[in-house]
Design a protein around this ligand. Structure first.
Ligand code: DX5
Ligand code: ZN
Length: 215
């Protein structure tokens, strides 16, 4: 099964509730919620109060923490109703402990890898996360072009999980469109974040249906 997770970053912020409902009606599986702190990445986006309102839509909220010291924000996002919380491997010193903290808060635990980060950093925590988020652009901005080398990394991560007999979710984020989605699914991704291409599509339902058919 392929999941599509619209990124709220690409929504119209003056009509955010309407945009969330539109994506839910179009068949979105999750709502991808990008938290940017102006330090780990240059931009600042949204926080816990917005996540709490977004969770009212009923879709699982998939929180992507692009922040330094993400461990400080895990419990508050879990309390706001997050279903998945993903931290960047590059932003934490004690990854194993932080993943345990996310699970203890009742959420699925995710590890995100920047484009230049090797999948090797997952080797000794393979059983400790529920989701690997392979960034297919440098985090911080929507609307960028996918970096092709990251498609190979998706395959490497899926291969590591298969060899370990694990079925964690492999999510991709950045530059997902109708041309890149089939390649990402073929490489082993099962959850695709889509921002600008999906919100910009004339028919969001057709976009989501097409991506899901790749599986
Ligand atoms: C980028 C964010 C993405 C972003 C994707 O740092 O993590 O979730 O919204 O946007 P698109 O799909 O436009 O590349
Ligand atoms: Zn994201």
């Amino acid at each position: 099964m392929i999941r599509v997770a619209p990124s709220l970053l690409a929504a119209d912020y003056l009509r955010i509730g309407e945009d969330i409902r539109r994506m839910k009606e179009a068949g979105a599986d999750w709502l991808h919620f990008d938290v940017m702190d102006g330090s780990f990445v240059p931009n600042i986006s949204f926080g816990q109060d917005m996540a709490r309102r977004a969770a009212e839509c009923g879709l699982p909220v998939d929180v992507h923490l692009m922040t330094v010291n993400p461990e400080k924000h895990i419990d508050s996002f879990a309390a706001a109703g997050a279903k998945v919380i993903t931290v960047h491997a590059e932003a934490v010193t004690h990854l194993h402990r932080v993943l345990q903290q996310i699970r203890a808060a009742g959420c699925l635990a995710g590890v995100a890898l920047n484009p230049a980060t090797s999948p090797e950093c997952l080797r000794y925590v393979l059983g400790d996360f529920d989701l690997a988020l392979v960034m297919t652009v440098n985090p911080g901005f929507g609307g960028q072009k996918l970096i092709p080398a990251c498609i190979d990394k998706v395959g490497e991560v899926r291969g590591m999980l298969n060899r370990a007999g694990l079925e964690a979710i492999v999510e991709v984020d950045g530059g997902v469109n109708l041309e890149t989605a089939p390649k990402l699914v073929a490489a082993g991704a099962d959850t695709l974040v889509a921002g600008s291409a999906l919100y910009g599509a004339a028919d969001a339902k057709a976009f989501i249906d097409t991506v899901k058919r790749q599986g």
